[in-house]
Design a protein around this ligand. Structure first.
Ligand SMILES: *Cc1c(COP(=O)(O)O)cnc(C)c1O
Length: 345
């Protein structure tokens, strides 16, 4: 039987054997009482790694972003996000439902908003206008195919935001990928944001969980918001134990996933009918345009599913392939071979 090569997302990764062991051994307590030593250790470690005062363990990245918005805003506020941001596209209207805020979108180039556009979108202090209270950034940027938002861009948005008294939140679901791609310590990125959410369960391979990090008083509010959402967990140290391995070990190997993406992209780009903008292959994702094959994205992904290569459609003529710990360099060769075979059949 053919091995399935699953490139749908880095969320399909399984916990490593070391994580399983750490989970089995984890010391636990009731975290709603603040008594789970493993969660406390994870939160302290996470806060330290991104250079923030405190951190909060949440079940998902979505909850991490939503409790952050709840903590930074009041009902009737407006928040500024990039027009293809996960917060706007894929969180089921959370900002409206949970925080009662309205979302103002600003178009981006490969995920990066023009700082001048952001400035122009900030509302004046006027009776007629909602109050702008929060700007949300995303790095790496998911819908642009894992592009890295440059540090100078983040800085140019963060500075003026602080002058105007606005908070900046980073949806850093894959911020460690961004750090690996830039070749910098993640603190270089998180210095330009007040709060950050990062996923442990994507390229870092933990089965569950994200951390939100930021100032102490913000984390207190986020903790209360998490409780409102029913996210106050009990002996979740068994999950946090995997998260500690994710942060200590798995952050160090993400560059390898980026090399796999380069290998995959170069191989696929040579196949007639497929188009890849190599400049956008910056982390662990490859966006492949299918128009030249005469198939749209869903037809192409349905075809390749029959050859045991899985990936998702992103737009009508673009599929997204994501590399991760559970596929290796040989799998990249094999995926390229199977695509060739499928397209010449
Ligand atoms: C995956 C992702 C999220 C949400 O994480 P979940 O754990 O799936 O809820 C948020 N933002 C970005 C950019 C993501 O890629």
């Amino acid at each position: 039987m053919k091995k399935i090569i699953d490139l749908r997302s880095d969320t399909v990764t399984h916990p490593t054997p070391e994580m399983r062991e750490a989970m089995a051994r984890a010391e636990v307590g009731d975290d709603v009482y603040g008594e789970d030593p493993t969660i406390n250790r994870l939160e302290a470690l996470g806060a330290e790694m991104v250079s923030k005062e405190a951190a909060l363990f949440v079940p998902t990245g979505t909850m991490g972003n939503q409790v952050s918005i709840m903590a930074w805003t009041n009902r009737g506020d407006e928040i500024i996000v990039e027009s293809n941001a996960h917060i706007f596209m894929y969180e089921a209207g959370g900002p409206a439902v949970l925080s009662g805020v309205q979302v103002r979108t600003v178009p981006g180039t490969r995920g990066a908003m023009d700082p001048e556009d952001v400035k122009a979108a900030i509302r004046p202090n006027d009776l007629h206008c909602p109050r702008t209270s929060l700007i949300c950034l995303e790095n790496t940027h998911n819908r642009s195919g894992g592009c890295v938002v440059p540090l100078e861009n983040m800085k140019a948005i963060y500075g003026p935001a602080k002058e105007q008294g606005l908070a900046v939140h980073l949806d850093g679901a894959r911020v460690f990928n961004a750090a690996a791609a830039l070749g910098v310590d993640v603190r270089q990125i998180t210095q330009y944001t007040d709060s950050v959410q990062f996923c442990l369960s994507k390229g870092l391979c933990a089965p569950v969980g994200s951390l939100v990090a930021g100032p102490e008083d913000f984390i207190d509010k986020a903790r209360k918001a998490r409780k409102i959402l029913g996210g106050g967990m009990r002996q979740a140290g068994v999950l946090a134990a995997a998260g500690i391995v994710a942060l200590e070990k798995m952050t160090k190997r993400l560059a390898e996933d980026h090399d796999k993406a380069q290998k995959l992209a170069k191989g696929l780009a040579e196949i007639p009918g497929l188009d890849i903008d190599m400049a956008t292959v910056q982390s662990n994702m490859v966006m492949v345009e299918t128009r030249g094959t005469g198939m749209d994205a869903s037809e192409f992904s349905a075809l390749m599913k029959r050859y045991g290569v899985l990936f998702n459609s992103s737009t009508q003529y673009k599929v997204r392939m994501v590399t991760h710990n559970d596929v290796d360099f040989d799998d990249m060769d094999e995926a390229i071979r199977r695509v060739k075979e499928a397209l010449s059949a």
